[in-house]
Write a protein that binds this ligand. Structure first.
Ligand code: SAM
Length: 190
């Protein structure tokens, strides 16, 4: 089931909302990071820069074939060989990745889903102990130029509550401002 309000606008417009390299650095993605899983990769906005940085493989999953194709195309143009991108419904089927096989999970602009707990439970399952779960989402502010309707837009405190219920621990510094329109969170799988 495609997550509500998860359709994408034009690629250039979407990518104007993020300082991607700064966000990944702030969320502690480094050359020492091993395998990464990107839930809902979209155009590969974060997937491709992450693939440039990490030493492991990036598993990019999206329900839309066009999104997966675009992400693969971008990796090909850059000669990045550490990307595995698949069309898959991670709400209905999960990621299908082995237990405790990933070091880093990205849940970016997706936790306004009907069933956020499904993604969080699968993230917990696939992450190694000590692995990181990172989240970004639109500020809880009706004046952002885009983002889910306020009725379904989660506040950071809500995401922290869901994620802690799934067994994760919030790492310092807590709620991180990612200007101009987003916030970020870093969790550890104990
Ligand atoms: C709002 S976009 C965010 C894309 C990317 N994470 C980013 O921040 O640039 C959400 C993406 O999740 C995908 N998606 C929605 N529901 C999904 C599902 N059930 N399984 C896999 N992908 C899904 C959409 O097709 C879309 O590309």
């Amino acid at each position: 089931m495609k997550v509500r309000e998860s359709g994408m606008p034009d690629e250039g417009y979407w990518e104007g909302f993020f300082e991607v390299d700064e966000i990944l650095k702030t969320l502690q993605l480094t050359a020492n990071t091993g395998d990464v899983v990107d839930f809902g990769c979209g155009y590969g906005t974060f997937t491709i820069p992450a693939a440039r940085i990490v030493s492991g493989t990036i598993h990019a999953i999206d329900i839309e074939k066009e999104m997966v194709e675009r992400t693969i195309e971008r990796a090909g143009k850059e000669g990045l060989f550490n990307l595995k991108a698949v069309v898959r419904d991670f709400v209905a089927e999960g990621t299908g990745l082995p237990e405790q096989s990933a070091d880093y999970v990205m849940l970016f602009n997706i936790l306004h889903a009907e069933l956020p707990e499904v993604m969080l439970a699968d993230s917990y399952r696939i992450l190694v102990k000590g692995g990181k779960l990172t989240v970004i989402h639109w500020n809880y502010d009706p004046d952002t130029p885009r983002g889910p309707p306020m009725e379904i837009r989660p506040r950071p405190e809500q995401i922290i509550a869901w994620t802690e219920s799934a067994g994760f621990e919030l790492l310092p510094p807590g709620i991180i401002n990612l200007p101009p329109y987003h916030y970020g969170l870093i969790f550890s799988r104990p």
